[in-house]
Design a protein around this ligand. Structure first.
Ligand SMILES: Nc1ncnc2c1ncn2[C@@H]1O[C@H](COP(=O)(O)OP(=O)(O)OP(=O)(O)O)[C@@H](O)[C@H]1O
Ligand SMILES: [Mg+2]
Length: 380
């Protein structure tokens, strides 16, 4: 996967379709889509009734004929047709129109490190269906490194851990390449499943899937608070189905939630073992940088720091680091500028340019008519 910066700078759109979130970045504009990778489908008609964040709120509340579909799984797109339909609905109709009439639309997309050819094909086909004539695939690890502000081009070892929903990727980067990498098939989704299972098994309490993240946050706050080791959690009794509130031991619950992520520790050690000593020494100085939505998982940074005895920092915008990195390569401007979007005056000047282009087009359309009119007064 060797792509030159020049090729990337000819792209107009960047896409990161993850198991949990889909992000779309438009050249010179910024992030235009950051929504859940989910669609609600009417199984009787096959029609999509809702997409994105709206679907997250529907999960668990839909009638039998409405099914929530997630077309991206661990490692990549699993349902190409649904991914195409979802992406088409997520991007604004004006953007879609612009893409359709763009004769040479080029797109860039993040893909996991060493992803299967089938996974890569699925990404290319999905974007081609939206009008992309050429699709460049960029390693998520490099994109996230750039998105976290790491000097990935330098001859220096730096460790990045991209903590996604379905997968956690670990790598040491140097000179714009991945020196050694590992994938752990556990992420935010596994953490939520582990916590939900703990509450059910230990406390016979069922917590709706969309509330588990909030419960995790509250438990970790209780744990951080020296005085309180317990927190109240509301849910349904697993046996009677009645609403009930139980006092949960925060340390126990945190240990259960941490369990799936323990494999990340082995991954970090395996990557360091495979790196030349000079790069390991660099990592020792800079430490580990975390990216991905699950980087902010309560207690994760502390758990890593304590276990690997290295400094661990979380990137500035970890959840959108990969797409911002890709956007900054595409736009050839610093990540901070991409994250902020366009300044007001630049946006105004672009709007003025667009309007003047439209005015010129309209004048050109009117000219032949006015030239034919006998009473047309000469200009100037
Ligand atoms: N605002 C948020 N909305 C949803 N999930 C969030 C949010 N903040 C953090 N998360 C956590 O981050 C995870 C999603 O991270 P991210 O967006 O990096 O995943 P992804 O790119 O969709 O997945 P993958 O890279 O594994 O395909 C969720 O599992 C959740 O635990
Ligand atoms: Mg991701």
């Amino acid at each position: 996967m060797t792509i030159s910066l020049e090729q990337l700078q000819r792209c107009t759109v960047a896409v990161d379709m993850g198991a949990s979130r889909t992000r779309v970045y438009l050249r010179d504009i910024g992030l235009v889509v950051d929504e859940a990778t989910a669609a609600a489908v009417n199984t009787r008609t096959g029609a999509i009734v809702a997409v994105g964040n709206q679907v997250e709120q529907m999960a668990g509340r839909t009638p039998d004929h409405i099914r929530v579909v997630r077309p991206v799984g661990a490692g990549g797109i699993t349902d190409i047709e649904m991914a195409q339909r979802l992406l088409r609905q997520l991007v604004d109709h004006r953007v879609r129109r612009a893409w359709r009439f763009h004769p040479n639309l080029r797109a860039a997309a993040c893909v996991p490190h060493e992803s299967e050819p089938l996974v890569q094909r699925a990404v290319i086909d999905t974007l081609a269906s939206l009008g992309a004539r050429k699709v460049l695939l960029v390693d998520t690890l490099i994109a996230a490194g750039v998105g976290c502000g790491l000097p990935v081009e330098e001859a220096e070892g730096m460790m990045i851990v991209v903590c996604g929903a379905a997968m956690t990727q670990i790598a040491v980067l140097s000179m714009g390449s991945v020196v050694a990498a590992e994938k752990v098939m556990a992420g935010g989704a596994a953490v939520h499943r582990a916590l939900a299972a703990h509450l059910r098994n230990r406390h016979e309490l069922v917590v709706p899937a969309q509330h588990v993240r909030q419960v995790h946050r509250e438990l970790s706050l209780a744990l951080a608070d020296e005085g309180a080791h317990q927190a109240s959690v509301r849910g349904w009794d697993a046996v009677t189905g009645e609403v009930r509130e139980v006092r949960v031991d925060a340390a126990d619950a945190q240990a259960a939630a941490d369990m799936p992520m323990l494999a990340v520790l082995d991954g970090i050690r395996a990557v360091l073992r495979r790196c030349p000593p000079d790069l390991v020494a660099d990592v020792g100085v800079r430490g580990i940088v975390l990216a991905g939505g699950n980087a902010t998982m309560p207690g994760f940074q502390t758990m890593l720091q304590r276990s690997v005895q290295l400094p661990v920092t979380v990137g500035e915008r970890p959840d959108i680091a990969s797409i911002l990195g890709l956007g900054s390569l595409m736009d050839n401007r610093p990540v901070t500028a991409c994250a902020a979007g366009l300044p007001e005056d630049e946006r105004a000047s672009r709007k003025a340019k667009r309007l003047s282009r439209r005015a010129r087009r309209e004048l050109a359309r009117e000219e032949p008519e006015s030239a034919n009119r006998e009473d047309a007064s000469p200009v100037g």
